[in-house]
Design a protein around this ligand. Structure first.
Ligand code: CMX
Length: 488
C-alpha cells in the first residue's frame, strides 16, 4: 500500500511491475528508428538505446525503494535569506548525470575530469582528449563505453547530422551584425523543433512510458546537428557567409573534429581542443541556470528542442556562460590599460581594483558552488602548458591566477576568489585564431547539449513530474514570522 502510494508519480495507475511490463511490451513494438545504423551483426551491446533501456528498470526500482525508505526525510531546508538569495545550497532536486563538490569540482557519473581524460575512448590513432560522444554515452548510461560502442554512436550521429536546407536559409538571412550569436543559436534550435519526435508522439497520444524514447531520439538528432548550426552562425557572422560544405569533411568522424572543420579550422591541435572543450563544458550538475532551465521547461513536457532553447537563453547571461566572452574582452582591455607598463603584480592589482571600483565583477572568477580552482580551468591550463606555453595572453592569464584571488579576498565579499572555467577558454580559442569573443558562448552551448539532454532523457525515463515549487511574497514573510516568536 505504502509502495503504491509513493510510486504513483512514476507510473500512475499501477505498480512498478505493471508499468514496466507495459513499457517493455510497448518498446518491442515501437516504431522509433533504432539508434545506430544497425548492421545485422550489431547486437544490443553497442546500441545506445538498447543499453540505456536496460538501465531504466533497476534505476526505477532504486528510486522507488529510496522513496519508500526515506521519502519523509528532510533533504534540505530553505531560510528566508536563501529564498531572497538565489536559493544557494538549497538541496531540493535530483540530477543523475553529474555531481559538483565545492572543493573537488565536477564528477561526471562519478568520474573526475582527469579520470575521464584517462578512461574515455580517444580519436584514433593518437588523440589525447576524450571523444565527446563517449562522454554522452557515459552521462546517459553511467558506463565508460567501449571503442565499438562509441563508433556505432558516431555513425548514428553522422546520419542525423545534416541540417534541413530551409533552416540554413533562414539562418543565412538573419541580421548577423545586429543579432548576437547566442540569439541566432537559440532561434536555430527553435527552428529545428518542427522535427521533434517527442512533440509528434505527444500529439499522436503516445503513452507516458514511451516518452523517453522520443526524448532520446530528439536529443541525438539535436546534438548531431548543433555543430553545423553553430558553424553556420560563425561563418555567416564573421566570415561573410563562406561555408565549409559538410560533404567535404572527409574523415571528420567525431563531433569535435567535425565542429572544428565546419568552423574552418584545419589544425589537429584545434580538433583536440574542441574535443576537450566539448567534454569539460558538458554538465555541471542540475542547479546551474542552463541545466535547470532545460529541466524546468522539459518538465512541462515541452519537447527537448524547446527545453534546450530555454537553457541556451539562460547560458547567454554574463554571470553564466557569457562570462567566457566577457573574460576575453576584459583581458584585451587590461592589456590596453597596461600599455607599455610591465605585467607586474602591482600593476595588475591596480587594474583589477579599477575594474571593481567601476562597479563590475572580474569575469571568470568566483562560483556559486565551487570553493576552489575549477578543475575545468586546470584542464585547460594543462592544455595551454602543453601546446602554447609562450603565448602572451596565456602568460597574462597565468599571472592573473596569482593576482586576482588576492584582490578579491581583500575586497572581502566574494565566497570563492578562484578562477572558473570561463577564465581560460577564450585564451585557447584566440591562440588558434578564433578571436571573435561574442561567439564563444555558442561553443559552450554546443557542449552543454551533451549533459542537459542526457539528463532530460532520464527525467522522462523516470517519469519526473512538472516542477512547481512554492513562492511567497515579502508581505507573507513579514506576516508569517511576525506571528512566530523570534529565536533567542
Ligand atoms: N568579481 C567581483 N565581485 C564578485 C565576483 C567577481 N568575480 N564574484 C562574486 N562577486 C561578488 C558578488 O557580485 C556579490 O556581491 P554583492 O554582495 O554586492 O551582490 C558577492 O561577491 C558575493 O557573491 P558570491 O556569493 O561569492 O557569488 P554568487 O554565488 O552570488 O555568484 C558568480 C557567483 C559566478 C555569479 C560570481 O562569482 C560572478 O559574478 N563571477 C564573475 C562572472 C563569472 O565568471 N561567471 C561564470 C561562472 C561560471 C559559469 O556559470 O559559466
Amino acid at each position: 500500500m505504502q509502495l503504491a502510494r509513493l510510486s504513483r508519480p512514476f507510473w500512475r495507475g499501477g505498480t512498478f511491475r505493471t508499468w514496466a511490463t507495459r513499457c517493455w511490451r510497448r518498446s518491442w513494438v515501437n516504431e522509433a528508428r533504432p539508434l545506430g545504423a544497425m548492421s545485422p551483426s550489431a547486437g544490443a551491446g553497442t546500441n545506445l538505446k538498447e543499453v540505456f533501456r536496460e538501465k531504466i528498470e533497476p534505476m526505477h526500482k532504486q528510486v522507488v525503494e529510496l522513496r519508500e525508505k526515506y521519502g519523509e526525510e528532510v533533504l534540505g531546508t530553505c531560510t528566508v535569506s536563501q529564498a531572497y538569495g538565489g536559493m544557494r545550497s538549497v538541496k531540493c532536486m535530483t540530477y543523475e548525470t553529474s555531481l559538483l563538490d565545492p572543493e573537488e569540482g565536477i564528477r561526471f557519473r562519478g568520474y573526475s575530469i582527469p579520470e575521464c581524460q584517462k578512461l574515455l575512448p580517444k580519436a584514433k590513432p593518437d588523440g589525447a582528449e576524450p571523444l565527446p560522444e563517449s562522454l554522452f554515452w557515459l552521462l546517459l548510461t553511467g558506463d565508460v563505453p567501449t571503442d565499438a560502442q562509441v563508433a556505432q554512436l558516431q555513425e548514428d550521429m553522422r546520419e542525423r547530422a545534416r541540417v534541413p536546407a530551409d533552416v540554413l536559409k533562414i539562418l543565412d538571412s538573419m541580421p548577423h551584425e545586429q543579432l548576437h550569436p547566442m540569439s541566432q543559436f537559440a532561434a536555430a534550435i527553435n527552428l529545428l523543433q518542427r522535427e521533434s519526435a517527442m512533440a509528434a508522439a505527444y500529439a499522436n497520444g503516445a503513452n507516458k512510458s514511451s516518452y523517453w524514447e522520443h526524448c532520446l531520439e530528439d536529443a541525438l538528432t539535436l546534438i548531431a546537428r548543433l555543430p553545423e548550426v553553430a558553424a553556420r552562425i560563425y561563418r555567416n557572422t564573421f566570415h561573410g557567409g563562406k561555408h565549409v560544405p559538410p560533404g567535404q569533411l572527409g574523415d571528420a568522424h567525431d563531433m569535435g573534429k567535425r565542429l572544428a572543420r565546419l568552423l574552418g579550422f584545419e589544425s589537429p591541435e584545434f580538433d583536440e581542443l574542441m574535443r576537450l572543450y566539448l567534454v569539460i563544458h558538458a554538465d555541471h550538475e542540475g542547479g546551474n541556470v542552463s541545466a535547470h532551465a532545460v529541466r524546468l521547461v522539459g518538465s512541462a513536457l515541452s519537447d527537448p528542442y524547446m527545453a534546450f532553447a530555454a537553457g541556451m537563453n539562460g547560458l547567454a547571461g554574463p554571470l553564466h556562460g557569457l562570462a567566457n566572452q566577457e573574460v576575453l574582452r576584459w583581458l584585451v582591455q587590461l592589456r590596453q590599460r597596461l600599455g607599455d607598463r610591465p605585467m607586474t603584480t602591482e600593476n595588475l592589482t591596480e587594474l583589477c581594483w579599477q575594474t571593481l571600483n567601476e562597479g563590475h565583477v572580474i569575469p571568470g572568477f568566483g562560483h556559486a558552488v565551487l570553493r576552489k580552482t575549477d578543475p575545468r580551468y586546470t584542464a585547460q591550463r594543462q592544455f595551454a602548458l602543453k601546446h602554447l606555453p609562450h603565448d602572451d595572453m596565456f602568460q597574462l592569464v597565468s599571472k592573473l591566477y596569482e593576482v586576482v584571488p588576492q584582490v578579491l579576498e581583500a575586497q572581502g565579499k566574494v565566497k570563492n576568489p578562484w578562477p572558473n572555467v570561463d577564465q581560460h577558454s577564450g585564451v585557447l580559442l584566440q591562440y588558434y585564431g578564433l578571436r571573435e569573443s561574442q561567439y564563444y558562448t555558442v561553443l559552450f552551448g554546443v557542449s552543454r547539449s551533451l549533459g542537459t539532454l542526457a539528463s532530460l532523457v532520464w527525467d522522462r525515463a523516470l517519469g519526473l513530474p512538472l516542477e512547481r515549487p512554492k513562492s511567497v511574497t515579502t508581505e507573507w514573510i513579514r506576516e508569517h514570522f511576525h506571528k512566530q516568536p523570534m529565536k533567542a
